[in-house]
Design a protein around this ligand. Structure first.
Ligand code: ZN
Length: 616
């Protein structure tokens, strides 16, 4: 499947007709509008533009092309959406390369086996006598049935081959069940169920596919919690438990609460905190955080309160520092987390729970305190300093030195000299040392990370000139490291083409075109783009950064202007027809546009104050 296929599909599909199948569209000048399907609203701010074959919501900023629309409404991935549209248009897509197809089929097979297994676990839980201990357990933990069903909970009975027998009757081979992680092979070659006498938590992706399972023992088997092993589908560093149920709510609130355990997430949802996911480990990985970044502006980490545990965690985290370049690993190192906060442009805070509580307990027993903790999250740096200083005897000079050595690289990550200064003073006060001493010590211990850029050189000529969006994406592909450094400034709302959004996402999570699981049509397209600018001279880092910034700004300007033009034509039409209500709505949308593109509406200068202001 190549670029040509995507273009053929795009040409054959009319976005107005497509979206018209989902939403009642009203005419608005030469465009159409409707109530936004991606956020809640009373007056329509969701627009479809036939001219650019794109959509845009002035309220929540959702935007894109026909493929993006289908991906979001039907929860499909790029290829699935493309296939759906091709089918609609009666276009036969070029078949996938055999290797891709094989892998794709294996994946789909595993998804199917997991679906069957999940349904069976759920059946055992609710409809058999075997499920009774698990039902009792859920009742004791206060999980109501509706919530349990929403999470697809199930039960794996004690019998060692019950699931194995069930699935083989449905045509599964023992080999593929081992591959799916549902069954284990013993040393003597025999096979048996992985999960036995355990309450089962299916772990699903954003689209609701079951990727793997977690199982909590109801007896005294070890470990207490057992997860699926790493499979083609399941990768603990990537999954976010409850993301499928939390997605809409996270989008609407632009905030996500990250807890650690299954029951923490389930209880949070049951009590209405539906923007909660669980990281299924002690710390968030970069991959998980980047996934959340697409939905939220704020991440609230609900960590266990007990101080000993907290300090042990921090120490463990710091040990990991050297290995943290790998994004599949937990980002436990505070320095990484803070760099993240800066490069991703996401706000990271910690919800500090009272001693001895986890979110599950606290929500059930003292909701007011949970709400209070939620309302007062502690910024990450403050939290970090707090934990470190908590164990610090201020007068002990050796301890103070050690403390400063640990803190210096973390503060450097803040980047902002004003903030660094504030924290320096705060530390000086707490350590009872002169500010100047602390400042000098911090400067000595600081280390700046080095970064390197590789760029391919593979000259090739193209035919049509690249569109501004293509040029931008080509730059990203050529200077991926630079692009990652700008992650906070680059958002995919500005890109209209679903393929470009996918590529931006891949570059920002550090994937290269050599990664095998990148869909073939994307890799092929990306290669073409990269080759198209390969003949351009290699830019030094700062210039590459500037080039990417400029290209992105041009795009944003373009998007903004298009949207503003469409609104102004509506304003004119409303004025002519004397429709006051329509006029008011259109002007409100202009206001919304200003909020979304503040850089094109500069604030009044603080240096030239309005002298009429009576206060100053
Ligand atoms: Zn919207």
């Amino acid at each position: 499947m190549g670029r040509e296929d995507v273009e053929r599909v795009r040409e054959a599909i009319d976005i107005v007709e497509l979206i018209g199948n989902y939403l009642p569209l009203q005419k608005a000048g030469k465009n159409f509008k409707a109530l936004c399907p991606f956020h809640q609203e009373k007056t329509p701010s969701f627009y479809v533009f036939p001219e650019t074959q794109s959509f845009y919501c002035f309220g929540c900023g959702a935007s894109g092309d026909a493929i993006t629309f289908l991906m979001r409404t039907e929860h499909l991935n790029f290829r699935e959406a493309l296939e759906r549209l091709a089918e609609r248009a009666g276009i036969t897509l070029t078949p996938l390369r055999p290797a891709d197809r094989v892998e794709d089929e294996r994946r789909q097979r595993l998804v199917e086996l997991n679906r069957l297994a999940a349904a069976w676990f759920s059946h055992v839980l609710w409809s058999t006598a075997f499920g009774e201990p698990a039902r009792d357990y859920l009742a004791r933990r206060g999980v109501d049935r509706a919530t349990a069903e929403r999470f697809g909970l199930g039960f794996a009975p004690e019998a060692s081959t019950a699931l194995l027998r069930y699935l083989t009757r449905h045509g599964a081979s023992p080999e593929e069940l081992v591959e799916a992680g549902l069954v284990v092979r013993r040393e003597d070659g025999s096979v048996s169920d992985r999960f036995r006498n355990r309450l089962i938590f299916p772990i699903r992706d954003q689209q609701g596919h079951v990727l793997g399972f977690g199982g909590r023992t109801l007896g005294d088997a070890h470990p207490k919690y057992l997860n699926s092993p790493q499979t083609l589908l399941f990768d603990k560093g990537r999954v976010l438990y409850a993301i499928d149920l939390a997605e809409e709510s996270i989008r609407q609130q632009r905030t996500v609460i990250v807890v650690e355990g299954y029951l923490d997430a389930i209880t949070a949802h049951q009590f209405g905190y539906t923007n909660t996911v669980a990281s299924l480990g002690t710390a968030l990985t970069e991959r998980q955080a980047r996934q959340l970044r697409k939905l939220a502006d704020r991440i609230l980490l609900a960590l266990d309160a007990d101080t000993a545990g907290r300090q042990a965690t921090l120490r463990g985290l710091e040990l990991l520092r050297t290995t943290l370049a790998d994004q599949e690993r937990p980002v436990a190192d505070p320095r990484q987390l803070i760099r993240f906060e800066r490069t991703l442009g996401i706000e990271l805070s910690v919800i500090v729970l009272p001693e001895g509580y986890d979110p599950d307990d606290l929500i059930r027993t003292d909701r007011a305190r949970w709400d209070h903790a939620l309302a007062q999250p502690v910024p990450l740096v403050d939290y970090y300093l707090d934990v470190l200083l908590g164990e610090q005897r201020p007068a002990d000079s050796r301890a103070a030195t050690e403390f400063l050595q640990r803190v210096a690289p973390v503060l450097t990550e803040l980047g902002d000299p004003v903030q660094i200064d504030l924290y320096t003073r705060f530390i000086a006060r707490r350590l009872q040392l002169p500010e100047e001493t602390v400042r000098r010590a911090l400067a000595t211990y600081r280390r700046r990370p080095l970064s390197a850029v590789k760029a391919p050189t593979n000259p090739s000529a193209g035919t049509r000139p690249l569109t501004p969006e293509q040029q931008f994406v080509a730059l990203l592909l050529r200077y991926p490291e630079v692009a990652r450094g700008l992650a906070a400034e680059l958002d995919d709302e500005t890109l209209l083409d679903a393929q470009h959004r996918e590529l931006l996402g891949l570059v920002l999570v550090g994937r290269t075109l050599e990664d095998t699981d990148i869909p073939e049509e994307l890799r092929h397209y990306a290669q073409t783009l990269r080759e198209r600018i390969a003949a351009q001279p290699e830019l030094p880092l700062p210039l590459a950064r500037q080039a990417i910034r400029d290209a992105f700004r041009r795009l944003r300007r373009e998007r903004h202007d298009e949207r503003l033009r469409s609104l102004l034509s509506e304003v004119r039409a409303a004025e002519e027809s004397g429709d006051r209500a329509a006029l008011r709505t259109a002007l409100e949308l202009v206001e919304a546009l200003k909020q979304r593109f503040p850089e094109f509406y500069p604030e009044p200068s603080p240096y030239f104050r309005d002298t009429r202001d009576p206060v100053t």
